[in-house]
Ligand binder design. Structure first.
Ligand SMILES: Nc1ccccc1C(=O)C[C@H](N)C(=O)O
Ligand SMILES: [Zn+2]
Ligand SMILES: [Zn+2]
Length: 212
């Protein structure tokens, strides 16, 4: 089985959260100047492209990127299609059998133009975190830049997920991914202070178990 890259490419001009630090890569020391190598430097918000939020993003006492348990970001994951909805709550997932699922990726299809930051996205309603926690889910992934509405200041989904110890993966690309069971790798960098981290996220199909 092939690995499917579900990461967004990072380049100058990659869509970023309005007002946040633009992505930049520059060769700070060129091969010509150094006589031996090109050496690059990155400037970016950690919430760019495909990334994880660390609890410190919404909680001053919360864990930083380097404290995130690697086990959470490697292992079986279920991809489900929830496209065509303005938001997702417990009702929307009631028809899905999520027994045994610890990592859940929601294909909302609501970030349609990868070249632009979306104007409107499918978000998670406040009744979703307790529902997911009751199912045993520990990691939720979405194909949009946030689990909350883009204009939200209170961030109920971020706080609700954090309160239920469910970790957040944002900005995955699921357009080419068929719903089903996969092996996921989406490891954060060991950034000691950071409130999140870019990740390289990949999926590999697992042998079919359920009929989904
Ligand atoms: N970059 C920002 C700048 C200002 C305010 C919010 C953000 C965010 O990134 C929030 C988003 N819910 C996120 O976790 O990615
Ligand atoms: Zn984020
Ligand atoms: Zn977030």
């Amino acid at each position: 089985m092939e690995w499917i890259d579900i990461s967004r490419p990072l380049f100058a001009g990659v869509p970023t959260w309005p007002g946040d630090t633009p992505f930049r890569y520059e060769v700070s020391w060129s091969k010509a100047a150094s006589g031996s190598v090109n050496v690059g430097r990155l400037t970016m918000s950690v919430h760019t492209g495909t990334h994880v939020d660390a609890p410190f993003h919404v909680d001053d006492e919360g864990r930083r990127a380097a404290d995130l348990p690697v086990e959470l970001y490697v292992g079986p994951a279920r991809v489900i299609d929830v496209s065509g909805k303005a938001s997702i709550g417990a009702d929307d997932l009631a028809a899905h059998d999520l027994s045994g699922v610890t990592r859940l990726l929601l294909k909302t299809g609501s970030w349609t133009d990868p070249e632009r930051f979306p104007a409107d996205i499918c978000y998670l309603r406040p009744d979703l975190p307790p529902f997911l926690a009751a199912k045993g889910i520990r990691l939720i992934g979405v194909d949009v830049p946030s689990v909350d509405p883009l204009d939200s200041k209170e961030l109920p989904a971020h706080h609700g997920l954090h309160a239920h110890d469910i970790h957040i993966l944002e900005g995955v690309v699921l357009d080419r991914v068929t719903p089903g069971d996969y092996e996921l790798i989406a490891l954060p960098l060991p950034l000691r202070e950071a409130d999140g981290s870019p990740v390289r996220a990949v999926l590999r199909r697992l042998a079919n178990r359920s009929g989904e």
